[in-house]
Design a protein around this ligand. Structure first.
Ligand code: HEM
Length: 215
C-alpha cells in the first residue's frame, strides 16, 4: 500500500544501500519498491520506484484516492457577505459646518415666530440676551446635535430640564418650534430619512422641556 510517508522516504531518505521505503503491506522496510507479491486487488495498490504501476491491470498512481493532489480538490469559499456600515447621522447631515448653518437659520426663524415665543415675553422668565449669549446658545445647540448624532462634539451646556425650568413652555409652542426646524431642514434639502432621525432626537427632549400641556 502506498502512502505519503512512503513517497517522502523514497525521495528524502537515501540509505547506504540506496533508497528505502516502508510499504505498509510488508513487515520490514523494502528497498526500491515492492515487486507486488504482497499486493493484489484485495490488498490495494502499490506504487514504487519500479514501474509496477505501469503493469496491465494494475492500479495506477492516483487511483482510489491515494494521490492527495488528485484526492483533495481545493475548496473555494465564496467571499463573506458583509453589509456596508451606514454612515452616522452626523456624517449624513454634512458634519459640523452643515449643522452650524442649520442652527443659524433655525434660531433666526424660530426667534421671530410668535407661536413659539422663544424669548418668553410676558412671563417672569423673559430672556433678553446679548449677541454673545445668542452665539453661546447656538454653540450649545451645535454641540448638542453633534454629540447626539454621532459627531465628535461634547455637549457642555446645562441639561434640558433645568435650562427650561419655569419657562412654562407649552406643547403647542414646542410643536411650533419643531415646524420651524422642519422648514429649515427642507430649505437645506435634508432628506426625509435624516429628518426623521433628527426629529426622534429632538422629540425625546419634549418631556423635559414642555411644562404645560395646553396654552
Ligand atoms: C418652545 C420650545 C423652546 C423654547 C421656548 C426654548 C427657549 C430657550 C431659552 C429662552 C433658552 C435660554 C435660557 C438661558 O440661557 O437662560 C434656551 C436654552 C437652551 N435651549 Fe431651549 N427652548 C425650546 C426648546 C428647545 C429644544 C427643543 C432644544 C433642543 C432639543 C433646546 C435646547 C436648548 C439649549 C441647548 C439651551 C442652552 C442651555 C444652556 O444655556 O446651558 N431648546 N432655550
Amino acid at each position: 500500500m502506498f502512502s505519503i510517508v512512503m513517497a517522502a522516504s523514497m525521495v528524502s531518505a537515501p540509505q547506504s544501500e540506496g533508497f528505502f521505503f516502508k510499504c505498509f503491506c510488508h513487515p520490514a522496510p523494502v528497498t526500491y519498491g515492492c515487486a507486488g507479491s504482497y499486493h493484489g486487488w484485495n490488498r490495494g495498490p502499490v506504487v514504487s520506484a519500479y514501474p509496477v504501476y505501469g503493469q496491465v491491470g494494475y492500479p495506477v498512481y492516483g487511483q482510489y484516492g491515494y494521490n492527495p493532489i488528485v484526492a483533495a480538490p481545493p475548496i473555494v469559499l465564496p467571499p463573506p457577505v458583509v453589509a456596508p456600515k451606514e454612515k452616522s447621522l452626523y456624517e449624513r447631515l454634512g458634519g459640523e459646518k452643515a449643522i452650524t448653518a442649520v442652527v443659524d437659520d433655525f434660531v433666526a426663524r424660530t426667534a421671530k415666530n410668535e407661536k413659539v415665543n422663544f424669548f418668553r415675553k410676558g412671563t417672569d422668565k423673559e430672556w433678553k440676551p446679548t449677541p454673545a449669549q445668542v452665539d453661546q446658545l447656538k454653540k450649545y445647540l451645535v454641540e448638542l446635535i453633534g454629540s447626539a448624532t454621532g459627531g465628535p462634539q461634547k455637549y457642555t451646556g446645562r441639561d434640558m430640564k433645568s435650562s427650561h425650568a419655569g419657562m412654562k413652555i407649552t406643547e403647542a409652542e414646542f410643536n411650533a418650534m419643531a415646524a420651524d426646524l422642519k422648514a429649515t431642514l427642507d430649505q437645506f434639502k435634508v432628506p426625509a430619512k435624516e429628518q426623521d432621525e433628527l426629529f426622534k432626537i429632538v422629540g425625546s427632549t419634549k418631556g423635559d422641556i414642555v411644562e404645560k400641556s395646553k396654552n
